[in-house]
Design a protein around this ligand. Structure first.
Ligand SMILES: [Cu+2]
Length: 360
């Protein structure tokens, strides 16, 4: 776990105590102010609209942890990968017939800063920028065949990711359209140093999952349904990411389709717990970056995308009154239930999202 995650978890624990203190002061005060059920679990984007003239700023940290290798739904060992999976670059100078480098684990921290503004009661505008830090560890096998490990290396790019702007268009009270565009502000030319099977350390352009942006303008349409009673909240959302054309390196990342549904229960006006299911399907990389090549699964455009269903548990805190009125904090932790990957590819172990929001 990174330092920033520890700090964020510390903040979450400190925050968790405040609603209790606030409640003790105002036991019998009914209604008024924020309700923890008013927002969806923190990992759901564009879930709520704002009233005319209302602003909201937010910060989210999304951490993802991945490890191992999977082909379809089957786990496979690195030894199997380097002796059985063909290297699509075989035939080029110095390229062995099978893969010889295997990613063993990956971590990503995405820091997202967002602004929302209620243009009218029906239309909310939103914008989000983000900063991404990625880390991938690899094992390199010696020479062109066999299962002798030569050594390990890590690549760790960081920088600004793609920027999203959009609008939520209310159709009726409980349903709105999500209209979004992703602007390619993130780099697709990140480099690192790789250990080759011949024992040399060479600078390379990093494979697709280690780049910071898509390089393409993307459309992000969606639809969201949300409802609540005094003690229950519920909702569902479907969203897509559709790549428009190819980027400057002659490829586009796979389109993504996501559907999620959640149920939340209010323990108190200021605290709600939630359970959520999310299903997603992502396409393989289309095209190829001529500068990304090597005996490693991540350099092959075919070994990306797949299907995933995840279970996600969360808690939302809202401060209904007092000096911190209008502040919200949400935490969500998710684990895949099923992953069917265009592999060999690295499966996700877990995700953790922590977010702070303030409306005014
Ligand atoms: Cu908002």
């Amino acid at each position: 776990m990174t330092f920033s995650m520890k700090a964020a978890l510390g903040a979450a624990c400190a925050f968790a105590c405040m609603p209790i203190a606030a409640q003790a002061d105002d036991d019998n005060e009914a209604g008024g102010g924020a309700d923890a059920l008013d927002h969806a679990p923190i990992g759901v984007m564009g879930d709520h609209r704002h009233g005319e003239g209302e602003w909201m700023v937010s910060y989210r940290l999304m951490h993802m942890d991945m490890g191992g290798v999977q082909i379809g739904t089957d786990a496979v060992s690195p030894d199997t990968v380097v002796t059985t999976v063909p290297n699509r670059f075989f035939g080029n100078p110095g390229q062995p017939p099978t893969l010889r480098i295997v990613p063993t684990s990956m971590r990503m921290d995405m820091h997202m800063v967002g602004v929302m503004y209620g243009l009218s009661d029906d239309i909310t505008l939103m914008a989000m920028g983000n900063y991404v830090a990625k880390e991938m560890d690899h094992v390199t096998y010696q020479g062109g065949m066999g299962t002798t490990e030569l050594g390990n290396f890590r690549t760790a790019p960081d920088g600004f990711g793609d920027t999203k702007v959009g609008a939520l268009i209310g159709l009726v009270d409980d349903v709105h359209l999500n209209l979004g565009v992703s602007i390619p502000t993130g780099s697709i030319e990140e480099t690192g140093e790789a250990l080759t099977p011949m024992g040399m350390t060479v600078p390379v352009r990093l494979p697709y999952p280690m780049q910071l942006g898509s390089g393409t303008w993307d459309l992000e349409p969606g639809i969201t349904w949300r409802g609540q009673s005094d003690t229950w909240g519920w909702g569902a959302q479907a969203r897509a990411t559709i790549r428009l054309g190819e980027n400057s390196a002659d490829y586009s990342l796979g389109d993504r389709f996501m559907a999620t549904a959640w149920l939340a229960y209010s323990l108190d006006q200021s605290v709600a717990i939630s359970g959520r299911i999310e299903a997603e399907t992502v396409g393989a990389v289309d095209g190829i970056d001529a500068q990304i090549a090597g005996p490693v699964q991540t350099a092959n455009p075919d070994f990306h995308g797949g299907e995933r269903v995840s279970a996600i548990a969360g808690v939302n805190f809202a401060v209904p009154r007092g000096p911190l009125s209008g502040w919200r904090l949400g935490v969500e932790a998710g684990m895949p239930l099923v992953q069917d990957l265009n592999g060999p590819q690295m499966p996700t172990d877990y995700t953790l999202t922590i977010g702070l929001q303030k409306a005014f």
